[in-house]
Ligand binder design. Structure first.
Ligand SMILES: C[S@@+](CC[C@H](N)C(=O)[O-])C[C@H]1O[C@@H](n2cnc3c(N)ncnc32)[C@H](O)[C@@H]1O
Length: 238
């Protein structure tokens, strides 16, 4: 019988936030896997789980998804990764593929899941705690309350179109992939008349260098940075 692929959300950083279900599956699978863009680059999700799961007897597999600008190189690489995964599943191995936060929130895992399913294999997603949920909890702010809504948007490559739509239509906005775009986010908030106190930066949540606090123009933010904007906090209602 073919094995099964599990996509496991491991939470944003603190291994204590791994769910019991995730731990049970990680303990039971012979193969722990993660996608990489370069061989040997490692995985933050794997670094999280190995603090609480004994991986010494397990096989750890990297699956290469090259981001080469050449479509044919990318496609060949993806096909090789899929073939290797299918071979392991055909051998009856269960694979636990770990992913940061939740698998449904901007994760490569969901592409892999769809592809493996389309090839006739069984898959299962184990949800994890998304980074912005842990960040909001640490900051002591509700993500939404009463009849409010919440939008989750990325701000990458100078594109603020989604952020603008979100600020126009929602009381609360979570901005992901924010690390290079802090000045742009601040400018967009100014444009909408949202005071700076309305933003809380949650960076490296549950990891070394954790920062939970206001936007600080002098601070350098790393990749694991998210901003929670509450339009009605610290200012007039708009
Ligand atoms: C590719 S997405 C992965 C999101 C992840 N699946 C989740 O559920 O949070 C990467 C973005 O998630 C956010 N992120 C992930 N881990 C984080 C952490 N520990 N602290 C703050 N933000 C984090 C950042 O906005 C980062 O740029």
């Amino acid at each position: 019988m073919a094995g099964k692929l599990y996509g496991i959300g491991v939470g944003p950083g603190d291994p204590g936030l791994l769910t019991l279900r995730a731990k049970e599956i990680l303990d039971g699978c012979g193969i722990i896997a993660y996608p990489v863009r370069k061989l040997g680059e490692g995985s933050t999700a794997f670094d999280i789980i190995k603090q609480v799961v004994d991986v010494s007897e397990k096989s750890v597999e990297e699956f290469l998804f090259d981001m080469n600008p050449d479509d044919s190189v990318r496609e060949r690489c993806r096909e090789e990764a899929m073939e290797k995964m299918c071979m392991l599943l055909d051998n009856g191995e269960d694979i636990a593929m770990v992913t940061l936060g939740d698998a449904g929130v901007y994760s490569t895992y969901m592409y892999i899941d769809a592809e493996i399913r389309s090839r006739g294999y069984e898959t299962e997603v184990i949800p994890g705690i998304p980074s912005f949920c842990h960040g909001a909890a640490l900051a002591g702010v509700p993500l939404m309350i009463g009849n409010e809504g919440l939008a989750v948007v990325p701000v990458a490559k100078e594109n603020t179109a989604l952020l603008r739509d979100a600020l126009r239509n929602f009381d609360n906005v979570v901005v992901m992939k924010a690390f290079k775009s802090m000045p742009l986010i601040a400018e967009t908030m100014d444009e909408f008349g949202i005071p700076r106190e309305g933003a809380t930066v949650v960076s490296n949540v549950g990891m070394e260098g954790e920062y939970i606090g206001p936007m600080d123009d002098d601070r350098k933010y790393g990749y694991f940075t998210t901003v929670i904007i509450k339009k009605n906090k610290g200012g007039r209602e708009i």
